[in-house]
Design a protein around this ligand. Structure first.
Ligand SMILES: [Zn+2]
Length: 103
């Protein structure tokens, strides 16, 4: 029998080739102005760039939840999330300021 097309265990990160470790993660998905958090997600996390990867069946489960529009009655719980703005918080490059302290 030919081998199945299965991700080999311990496959390196596709982005940076560092080792991946299995880890239960959470992720957040925006749908327009709505934000949904999904937890208890079995993922593989890169030890270097921290990128998260999911098996196909895990991706399928998240895609189905997204396609269902995250029905409110399926939510386990709700959390309050503080929202911040970068308006007025972005510093201009130091080279642009007249009174920059240059030694
Ligand atoms: Zn990586």
């Amino acid at each position: 029998m030919p081998p199945e097309q299965v991700e080999p265990a311990g496959a390196p990160c596709p982005r940076c080739q560092a080792p991946l470790v299995p880890q239960t993660v959470r992720t957040a998905i925006w749908q327009g102005d709505r934000l949904a958090v999904i937890e208890d997600v079995p993922g593989h996390v890169c030890t270097s760039c921290m990128e998260q990867f999911y098996d196909d069946n895990v991706s399928d489960a998240m895609r189905r939840l997204t396609e269902d529009g995250f029905p409110a009655d399926a939510a386990q719980r709700e959390i309050r999330v503080p929202v911040f703005s970068l308006k007025g918080r972005i510093r201009k490059p130091a080279a642009m300021t007249e009174d920059a302290d240059v030694d």
